[in-house]
Design a protein around this ligand. Structure first.
Ligand SMILES: Nc1nc2c(ncn2[C@@H]2O[C@H](COP(=O)(O)OP(=O)(O)OP(=O)(O)O)[C@@H](O)[C@H]2O)c(=O)[nH]1
Ligand SMILES: [Mg+2]
Length: 457
């Protein structure tokens, strides 16, 4: 189903360096696999950064030999290479070897998989921003080569394209903001699922969302990845207000399975919630790339509540590192309260579960984010999801109001309007109806206005 299944990046040797420890290549191997590479070897080094190649000179030679020996097509470098290091390292590798650093690797994964107009624009923008300093360096080196300039300046060309893509993205972003504003007016609460890649966000989305064939949900709305397609589809399929509501949220044990935000409806204690699944986060990417995927950050920034999903089955150190990456993004972007969702607890015994919760609490206590108590769940089995729904309702902005209105057909219409928008209790006493309602403050305000029009108090 996924275009990435057909991707063959070729045979790759992993290269990794860390100043303090022997590098752990688990994640970079998984990222390489997600980009379609077949990993055939690795060269690692514990050492301070070498300015020329990043790796030390001896290690660099060892890497070149490993590439020849394994007959590899590519080197995947776990980290970011400066434009100079990139050029120098490439010069030492066998001719024809492709060199990709961590940043470039993630861009490649997105470039292959992004479907909607907004996602594609974001990827192209991030790629150009990545390439610009490298082009500038090359252009500087060939400043004496007139033929180079006669063909036009790739740097100026890249700058022009960056400007154009930024403008296009701003339009798409405005359309998404309009859509969110309308949804708020319709009484929806907006909730974003955020977290490290592979934490289980999409699995949780499926678990919490209404059944696709229930009348509450837009089962016939356009799908996610396959909706956009055309680059120039400026509105991103946004003709209908809910055209972005997804029928599926792909779940896979692969990094960056989700490459664009998708939204589904959920009904939580009578309240109508729109849940948005966002693109996973990953450590050690330049801030620029995170910025480029602004759709994810916009969703996090504008939602009423963020569910921060973490994979509790990872070892404590990995859990801490991934949570720290997530918290960095939330601290900068989240405006509403954050509920930490400690997922995959089906893989843990009671002690391990308690330890994971403690790790999460410790990391979050130090963070400048408005966090609520963590909730342990298994998105796969559904355990803990009722507690999560309760925590969600508690965290959503809420107001309570009571009205007494004359019993009439119009009052019945008001009652059903309220039932769709929050927790509604109705008591009939002769000629009058007593209504207790709690829900979004804006909905309560509108309900007061409607009750007032019916002669209520
Ligand atoms: N055991 C267990 N596995 C889970 C649970 N939730 C998710 N998984 C598995 O974890 C893997 C990743 O799940 P996804 O829902 O795709 O994760 P994601 O956070 O959306 O990942 P990206 O879209 O790649 O960022 C899949 O293999 C899921 O089946 C859980 O509660 N328990
Ligand atoms: Mg996902």
């Amino acid at each position: 189903m996924n275009t990435r299944d057909r991707l063959t990046g070729g045979r790759a040797v992993i290269a990794a360096r860390d100043a303090d420890t022997t590098p752990d290549t688990t994640e970079i191997r998984r990222l390489a696999a997600a980009a379609g590479y077949d990993v055939v070897g690795e060269v690692t080094q514990r050492r301070a950064e070498d300015l020329r190649y990043n790796l030390g000179t001896g290690k660099t030679k060892e890497l070149a030999a490993a590439v020849s020996d394994a007959d590899a097509d590519a080197v995947v470098f776990d980290g970011s290479l400066s434009p100079g290091q990139y050029a120098d390292l490439l010069g030492v590798l066998p001719t024809g070897t492709t060199l990709v650093d961590r940043y470039r690797l993630v861009l490649d994964i997105f470039a292959e998989g992004a479907g909607s107009a907004a996602a594609r624009t974001q990827v192209r923008l991030a790629t150009l921003r990545y390439e610009l300093p490298r082009l500038e360096r090359m252009e500087g080196e060939s400043a004496l080569n007139r033929a180079f300039f006669e063909k036009g300046s790739p740097v100026l060309d890249a700058k022009r394209r960056i400007d154009a893509l930024e403008a296009k993205l701003a339009d798409l972003t405005d359309a998404a903001a309009d859509r969110r504003r309308k949804r708020r007016e319709e009484g929806f609460d907006l909730v974003a699922l955020a977290g490290y890649t592979n934490a289980g966000k999409s699995t949780l989305l499926r678990r919490l969302a209404d059944d696709l064939d229930s009348p509450e949900s837009d089962g016939d709305a356009g799908g996610d990845g396959d909706a956009g397609g055309d680059d120039d589809d400026a509105a991103g399929g946004g003709e209908s207000d809910h055209a972005d509501l997804a029928t599926t949220a792909s779940v896979e044990d692969r990094l960056f399975e989700t490459l664009e935000t998708t939204t589904r409806r959920a009904t939580v204690d009578g309240r109508r919630v729109l849940l948005t699944d966002t693109v996973g986060l990953v450590a050690d990417l330049p801030h620029d790339i995170v910025r480029s995927f602004s759709a994810t950050l916009d969703e996090i920034g504008t939602s009423d509540v963020v569910l921060a999903v973490v994979d509790a089955s990872a070892d404590a150190e990995t859990l801490e590192r991934r949570l720290a990456t997530t918290v960095d993004v939330l601290a900068a972007d989240a405006s509403g309260p954050v509920i930490p969702v400690v997922n995959k607890v089906d893989r843990l015994d009671a002690d391990q579960r308690a330890a994971a919760l403690e790790t999460v609490e410790t990391v979050l206590a130090a963070a400048e984010v408005d966090t609520r108590d963590p909730v342990a769940v298994s998105a796969r089995d559904g355990d803990g999801c009722d507690a999560l729904r309760t925590a969600l309702i508690d965290a959503l902005p809420s107001e309570m109001a009571e009205f007494v209105v004359p019993n009439s057909g119009e009052t019945q219409a008001l009652v059903s309007w309220l039932h769709e928008r929050g927790d509604t209790a109705v008591t009939y006493s002769g000629e009058t109806v007593e209504i207790r309602f709690s829900g979004r403050p804006a909905v309560v305000e509108e309900a007061r206005r409607r009750a007032g029009n019916l002669g209520g108090s």
